[in-house]
Design a protein around this ligand. Structure first.
Ligand SMILES: NC(=O)c1ccc[n+]([C@@H]2O[C@H](COP(=O)([O-])OP(=O)(O)OC[C@H]3O[C@@H](n4cnc5c(N)ncnc54)[C@H](O)[C@@H]3O)[C@@H](O)[C@H]2O)c1
Length: 337
């Protein structure tokens, strides 16, 4: 296959950035069409990028001209389009979450296994961030001994205008830590609780912010993740891993330090698009390359399912203010490398 011909469903904020990155910066694939539930809007995006605008997602997914599908619609509409792509036998990249419910994720897992082909990748792009990759290599080298404690934080400047609710801190924000820390440590979680510190005056009405999630892994590694959505200073993702023989820190983005106004200032990113551009580029280049070879070598539907089980337990822990045991089923042979 000379070029992977890609169709994108859901032409909102991140969908448009993915079209732009694939068609201007990456190689071996091109987005040739897009669709949105708002047909006129989808067609206006298509016109802007000089690609085909479809009357609906199903027409796009089943068009023989389309080799592979990207799903960047709103969370609740991921599953139907992923299932449609599996039915059509096409590789499908789905932005996180695979689906908001573990049950729907399981349905996707079952459909993919029944198809007999590895088709689904989930958009947990932090696994491609060069900083997280460094941490993974350091842990896997064994040089620093076993990881014992992780201190992580995920701060946003504000909610970016989406109308944040208390539930979203686990489901939309800390879901990234749930996936990337499981990948870093190479093991599943056993239990979780979520505590509510004093609430910020800047939190939207009725919303608890910040929140702190505590996870314990199967081997007993202890993790705390602080989510502070209305931090009012920037987009700041941190990860410190205390190992038996060293402490590993996620590198900060390489901004130049400025001396000004009686201060030394190093800027902090404002939002996700500034913080992880390399991760998105590497993620999609890998996806294009692997899709052309009929492989999935990124986060799988199983990873999306397991993340949603853990997130569901964290949500229950938050709502009941109790510690909840996390029961992850045995990974099927199909997903073992
Ligand atoms: N990996 C990341 O870091 C990251 C960052 C941002 C967003 N996301 C995910 O990407 C997805 C999109 O986020 P966004 O910020 O672009 O949201 P958005 O609201 O800007 O865009 C969503 C688009 O989907 C369309 N849509 C909704 N229902 C649809 C349907 N049934 N059929 C077709 N189109 C439909 C909407 O009209 C809209 O254009 C979300 O699932 C979000 O969680 C991931």
């Amino acid at each position: 296959m000379a070029e992977l011909r890609i169709g994108l469903v859901g032409t909102g904020g991140i969908g448009r950035t993915h079209i732009e990155r694939i068609n201007t910066r990456l190689q071996g694939g091109v987005v040739i069409g897009c669709a949105d539930v708002n047909v006129d809007f989808g067609k206006s995006v298509a016109e802007k990028f000089g690609i085909k605008g479809y009357d609906g997602p199903e027409a796009l997914i089943n068009d023989p001209e389309i080799d592979a599908v990207i799903v960047t619609a709103s969370d609740d509409y991921h599953a139907p389009f992923v299932l449609e792509a599996i039915k059509a036998g096409k590789p499908v990249f789905c932005e996180k979450p695979l689906s908001p419910t573990p049950e729907k994720c399981r349905e996707i897992v079952e459909a993919e296994m029944a198809s007999g082909k590895h088709l689904v990748q989930v958009g947990f792009m932090r696994r491609y961030d060069p900083g997280y990759v460094q941490l993974k290599n350091m842990i896997d080298s064994g040089k620093y001994g076993a990881p014992l404690v992780l201190h992580c934080c995920h701060h946003n400047y504000d909610d970016g205008g989406v109308g944040w609710k208390t539930s979203m801190s686990v489901e939309n924000s800390m879901i990234h830590e749930i996936d990337v820390l499981r990948w870093l440590l190479g093991e599943n979680y056993k239990k979780v609780d979520v505590v509510f510190p004093r609430c910020s005056k800047n939190a939207s009405e009725g919303c608890q912010d910040p929140q702190i999630m505590h996870l314990t892994t199967e081997s007993g590694t202890y993790i705390e993740v602080e989510s502070f959505v209305f931090s009012h200073y920037g987009y700041d993702v941190r990860c410190e891993i205390v190992c038996e023989e060293g402490v590993l820190n996620l590198p900060e983005p390489p901004y130049a330090m400025v001396r000004t106004n009686d201060a030394r200032v190093t800027p902090i990113c404002h939002d996700w698009s500034e913080r992880f551009p390399d991760a998105y580029n590497i993620e999609f280049q890998n996806w294009i390359n692997a899709s052309k070879e009929g492989r999935v070598d990124g986060p799988t539907a199983w990873d999306g399912y397991v993340a949603q089980i853990a997130a569901g337990c964290a949500s229950k822990a938050r709502d009941t203010q109790t510690t909840v045991e996390i029961d992850i089923p045995e990974m099927p042979e199909f997903y073992k490398a």
